[in-house]
Design a binder for this molecule. Sequence first.
Ligand SMILES: [Zn+2]
Length: 122
Amino acid sequence: MNAANPEDADDQRLLSTAKQDQRILITRDRRLADACRSSGADCILILSSKIEDQLAEMAEFGLVLKLNPQRCTICNCILEQDLSGQNESWGCQGCGKVYWIGSHWRKMEKILENIRSSNFSH
Ligand SMILES: [Zn+2]
């Protein structure tokens, strides 16, 4: 999206936190995902550029609309949202893995809201 990425420094921090805390980082930044993997941290790379496809990809990982993951992709236990952290995160009650979403996704949450309010009227 943006050629000059002002969040580079942020990425580095995300990366080291992900590794330190053994968290799973969800990103659609391939460079960040590669850096993640080569440093031994877990991450989920979302490939699609279209928002609808991204959501489908996330759904495959058990991450559902509202950026609200429900099930651990490792042990399939229920995830519980942790509201105390700086980033939204979800902890697995089974294996203790923590899922979290970097700052890149905040924009997406806005878009999600728009999609929901326009497409999913009940
Ligand atoms: Zn788990």
